[in-house]
Write a protein that binds this ligand. Sequence first.
Ligand SMILES: C[S@@+](CC[C@H](N)C(=O)[O-])C[C@H]1O[C@@H](n2cnc3c(N)ncnc32)[C@H](O)[C@@H]1O
Length: 237
Amino acid sequence: MAIPAWQYDEMKQAGTDYEAEDEIRIYDERMSRLRDIESETAAIIETLGIGKSSVVLEYGTGTGSFAAAVSSHCRQVYAVDISAPMLTFAGKKAASMERKNIEFIRGGFLTYTHRGPAPDFVITQLALHHLPDFWKLIALKNIHDILAPGGKLLLKDVVFSLQLEKYEKTIDYTVQAMEAAAGSDTGANFIRHIQQEYSTFDWIMEEMLYRAGFIIDQADYGELFLTTYVCTKDQTR
Ligand SMILES: C[S@@+](CC[C@H](N)C(=O)[O-])C[C@H]1O[C@@H](n2cnc3c(N)ncnc32)[C@H](O)[C@@H]1O
């Protein structure tokens, strides 16, 4: 189907340029320093109930760490990202781990067309904030349409739960906390995130999830604005 002229161009990176090979390498190194992907994945598998027969679709797969980790616990992974160099990086990682049940596909929240069995689970981490709010809701609606009946969505992203009166102090504090924990480049990355990317407020995100047809089963408001929603596709809507 032709893309309308008014549609948001999601292939253009907002904020950090994940088309740049240096940026991709730096991102992967930073994430392996800051995150324990194996235990994050184990927690996601347990929370969602992913099993050997499950089909998993990940949007914004990035350097492919989650896709590679989850692939040995399920039947099939579809790993979608707008960045061709990211997909090449992720593909090499999966090949080095001999993971054969991952299909890497260039596409995005707005333009990906799913071919294959409907996913039981959709996961997206640190990616939806690349879309402005109007398009976030369209993206969530697309996810709702793609999911198998009763399917689940795990959405993890920077989402702002803050007191408006204190927003400047809170953001300054967060930048400092990131610099102290992980170095000045991580602080600079967060500054770029706030300046140029589209993270939104918790109450907006929650209303959007509802309007897209999801029931929010769980909302975890973590440190540094990292929020995780576990949702079920509401089949009545
Ligand atoms: C911050 S990285 C997150 C990567 C990975 N999910 C993680 O948790 O480390 C954001 C990724 O989202 C991708 N991305 C940006 N806009 C997108 C869109 N509209 N649809 C799908 N992926 C997108 C970028 O190319 C990048 O690989």
